[in-house]
Every structure is written in structure tokens, then in C-alpha cells.
Design a protein around this ligand. Structure first.
Ligand code: TRP
Length: 468
């Protein structure tokens, strides 16, 4: 299919890198990463996560960007022009469907964050001192809020409306412009919070937990050797899955952003910068939170509730906690918006490219559909709590299916496409590019053919076998 209009492009490489970094940095970095690190043994988990980023994250990101840049199409159209008449386009279809699903529940959590920005400004979430019930009281407050159908659906709507507003304005005037304003603010706030958190009395215990791996001795037969303490097989699987989610891989988001690059844009430098920034921000988020949690004498393994149960209690008991809380929730809100728009853009690009609709018509329609799909998730914490599918609430089912199944499968297929499916032209497209004489393109291509798909297949099979 021939595009009727000229394809939109990024205004600059810097703008593209900020937008893609904005997609990668999201709730995954600031909400999920610190608590899964807390639950899975701290520093040892961080080491494994970094390995996953290198072995799986970098090659898959390069693969997505290369496919998008070469095809100059949305995820479905891209496979159609690169390998016409083959079923590869179904990988794109799966990505677009995953986009609807992921944004529908991501928007629910992001909506709570928006609400907490306002709640923190009014002081409503910083009154949970130990005397006032601490984390338990904060939890009860959160549960009451999330269970209220009007609030949870309303904030879900508002978050989508913000994303739709930005995406409506286009790639350069909307996504890139918003990222250029929001990403520097995000970084500045984060640095302030890290410094503040590290200077709290008692912060050192948190830093140690986070950055110094605990070593234990493992004996196998007559041999004994040192090994990371608390690092289990399931932690490895979780680190792998999280690498996908955090780098926005496996559903065509990077493919779509790559499709707005000029055909001669470099991929090596961009891929490394985006992955590096994403990782650094995840580590900094942990450094902003875990020392504060330790300094206030709370446990770091608060699970998904870390953000809404433990942290309000931490903010309530620290000096200047109200300001810390406001800055923190604004930071998370920015991260969520720049990620939400990247998911919305995947679906938008698909409707524009494959149905030929105008952007101004697509955005309200797809945002409306995602709003409706998200309603059961928004109600999962209250009115529809009893509704169980395969033993999970609607929200948990959406999260489980996408993070553990759709994204890894999508990433596996994208790696296989570049490694084996695309044909000789791909080899040229993907292998071009080097970094200071280092043949990064060739190395990544080789990884897409071998270790990357094997590693991902192992995760999926282990998940299906119930090991994870
Ligand atoms: N990477 C984002 C985060 O860490 C979430 C995200 C944005 C995403 N776009 C995506 C996840 C595409 C998977 C696929 O929160």
C-alpha cells in the first residue's frame, strides 16, 4: 500500500533519542524496578538485569529500529513491504493488539499517579506518620481510592486524554516537542531526589542493599564456590521479562519510532544511548527510593505497593516530605506520559498507515477504544474485584499476559525476523554501522540469530512450564 501523504519525521536525532528514551523510561523504571530489585535480593538482581539488557535488550532494540527505519511504515505495514506475501505481518498485528491491551491497564496505574500528584500537593498522602498508622494507613487510603469506580475510571480517562492530546499534534509537533520539555525536567527532579535521599541519616544501609551484592558459598559435590545470595531462577526470568518491558520492546513501539527516522540515520549510537539512559534512570530511581525507605526504617520489599503504601509513609516521616512527595509523583507522571504516548502512537500509526485515516480522526477513536478496554481494569480494584479469569483479576490478567507472553514472544519474533526472515537486504541494513570502529551492527545481527532468540525462548518456555 502506498502512503498517500508524506511520512512524518523527527526534527533531529536528539529529539528522536529523547522521545525514544521517554518511551523506555516509565512506570517500569520508577515503580517496578526498585521493588522487584527489593524483592529479589538487591544488587545481585541488578547484575543479572544488566546482563539481560546487553544480551537481549540491545539486539532487539536494534532489530526494531532497523526494521522501522528501512520500511518507513507502521508495524504491520513494515513487514508487508519488507517481506510481501509472507505471514510475518502477523508479528505486527500482535504488536498492535498488545498496544491496545498494555495501554489500557498502564493508563489505570498512570491515572492513579496523576491523582497522587494532586493528593501530594494537598498534603493528603503525607499524613501517614508512624503515629497515624504508617504504611498500613497509607495502604488503606490507597485501597479506598482505587476501589472507587468514579475516581479510578475518571483518572484513567484523564491520563489517556493527556496522551491523546500530545499524539494528536503529531510526531514532531507533539511527541518530540513534549519529550524535549518533559525529559530534562524528569532528569532534574530525579537528581534532586537522589541527592536528597542519599543525605538522609541512615541512607547508607539502602545504598549497600542496592549496590553491594551479598555473596554466599554454594557447594556442588566436593567443590564450593562463591555465588550471589538470594538469586533464584525465577529472579533471572523476572529480570529478562523486565528488560523487555523497560526498553519498550516486543510490540513495535521502537519499530514505530524508528519509522520516523530518515533512512540514513545511524542506529548504533541511538540504540546504546537509549538503553544506557533507561538503565541509568532505573538505577537512579532505586537510589532515590531505597535509601529513603531504609532511612525511615521501613522494609524495601513492599512489592507493587511500594509506591502507594510504603512511600507515602516514608514521605510522611521525613523532613520536607511534602515537597519530596510532590516532586516524586510529578516525576513518575512525566515518565508515564512519555511512555503512554509511545504506545498510543503504535496504534495510531497502524490506523493511519493501513486504513489511510487522518491522524486527527484516528487519535480520538483509538484513545476512546483503549479507554473502554481499560474500564474493567480500572474496576478491578473495587466494583469488579470478584471477577476472576484464570484466577486473576482483569487488571492482573492483562499485565500478566502482556509482560510475560506478548512482549517476549514479539521480541523473539522480531529478532528471528532480522536474523533469519528478512533476507540478504536485512543483513546489509542491520549490519551497517559501527561504533568507534567496533562493528556493533554485525555483533547485534549475530546475536539476533543466536543467543537472543534462544534466551527469550527459554524465558517463555519456563513461564509456560510454571517455573517463573
Ligand atoms: N517502557 C515503559 C516503562 O518502562 C513502558 C512502555 C512504553 C512499554 N512503551 C512500551 C512497554 C511498549 C512495552 C512495550 O514503563
Amino acid at each position: 500500500m502506498k502512503p498517500k501523504r508524506l511520512r512524518e519525521h523527527w526534527g533531529s536525532r536528539f529529539g528522536f533519542i529523547l522521545a525514544a528514551t521517554g518511551s523506555a523510561i516509565g512506570l517500569g523504571n520508577i515503580w517496578k524496578f526498585p521493588y522487584i530489585t527489593g524483592e529479589h535480593g538487591g544488587a545481585a538482581f541488578v547484575v543479572v538485569y544488566l546482563l539481560c539488557i546487553i544480551v537481549i535488550g540491545l539486539p532487539v532494540m536494534m532489530a526494531e529500529l532497523a526494521v522501522g527505519r528501512t520500511a518507513q511504515r507502521n508495524p504491520v505495514g513494515a513487514y508487508r513491504v519488507l517481506r510481501p506475501g509472507t505471514p510475518w505481518f502477523l508479528v505486527g498485528v500482535m504488536g498492535v493488539l498488545a498496544g491496545f491491551v498494555i495501554l489500557s491497564y498502564y493508563s489505570v496505574v498512570a491515572g492513579w499517579i496523576l491523582a497522587y500528584v494532586f493528593k501530594s500537593i494537598s498534603g493528603a498522602v503525607t499524613g501517614f506518620t508512624a503515629a497515624a498508622g504508617g504504611a498500613e494507613a497509607a495502604k488503606a487510603h490507597f485501597q479506598g481510592f482505587a476501589a472507587h469506580p468514579g475516581w479510578s475510571v475518571g483518572w484513567h480517562f484523564l491520563f489517556l486524554a493527556v496522551c491523546a492530546f500530545i499524539v494528536y499534534r503529531g510526531v514532531k509537533g507533539g511527541i518530540e516537542a513534549a519529550s524535549k520539555i518533559l525529559m530534562p525536567i524528569l532528569l532534574a527532579i530525579l537528581l534532586v531526589l537522589v541527592v536528597w535521599s542519599l543525605t538522609l541519616p541512615g541512607a547508607a544501609a539502602g545504598v549497600k542493599f542496592y549496590l553491594v551484592p551479598k555473596i554466599t558459598t554454594v557447594s556442588v559435590g566436593p567443590l564450593s564456590f562463591p555465588f550471589f545470595k538470594g538469586l533464584t531462577g525465577s529472579a533471572v526470568l523476572i529480570a529478562l521479562g523486565h528488560a523487555f518491558f523497560s526498553l519498550s520492546l516486543g510490540m513495535g513501539a521502537m519499530l514505530t519510532y524508528g519509522s520516523y527516522l530518515k533512512k540514513d540515520a545511524d542506529l548504533s549510537f541511538s540504540t546504546m544511548t537509549i538503553a544506557l539512559m533507561d538503565t541509568v534512570i532505573a538505577l537512579l530511581a532505586g537510589l532515590a527510593l531505597l535509601p529513603a525507605v531504609f532511612a525511615m526504617g521501613l522494609a524495601p520489599d513492599g512489592g507493587p505497593g511500594l509506591l502507594f503504601h510504603t512511600l507515602p509513609a516514608v514521605f510522611s516521616s521525613m523532613p520536607g516530605g511534602v515537597v519530596f512527595a510532590v516532586l516524586f509523583f510529578v516525576l513518575v507522571a512525566i515518565a508515564a506520559v512519555t511512555s503512554g504516548i509511545s504506545i498510543l502512537e503504535v496504534v495510531t500509526a497502524f490506523f493511519m498507515g493501513e486504513l489511510g485515516w487522518r491522524r486527527s480522526r484516528v487519535v480520538p477513536v483509538v484513545a476512546g477504544i483503549i479507554f473502554l478496554i481499560g474500564i474493567p481494569s480500572a474496576l478491578s480494584f473495587g466494583a469488579w474485584e470478584g471477577l476472576r479469569l484464570f484466577g486473576l483479576s482483569f487488571f492482573d490478567l492483562m499485565d500478566y499476559l502482556s509482560a510475560n507472553f506478548f512482549l517476549p514472544l514479539g521480541g523473539l519474533l522480531i529478532a528471528l525476523f532480522v536474523g533469519w526472515g528478512w533476507g540478504p537486504k536485512a543483513i546489509a541494513a542491520a549490519a551497517e554501522g559501527s561504533y568507534h570502529g567496533f562493528p556493533t551492527g554485525k555483533i547485534w545481527l549475530w546475536m539476533c540469530r543466536t543467543i537472543t532468540p534462544i534466551a527469550v525462548a527459554v524465558i517463555i518456555i519456563a513461564k509456560l512450564a510454571g517455573i517463573g
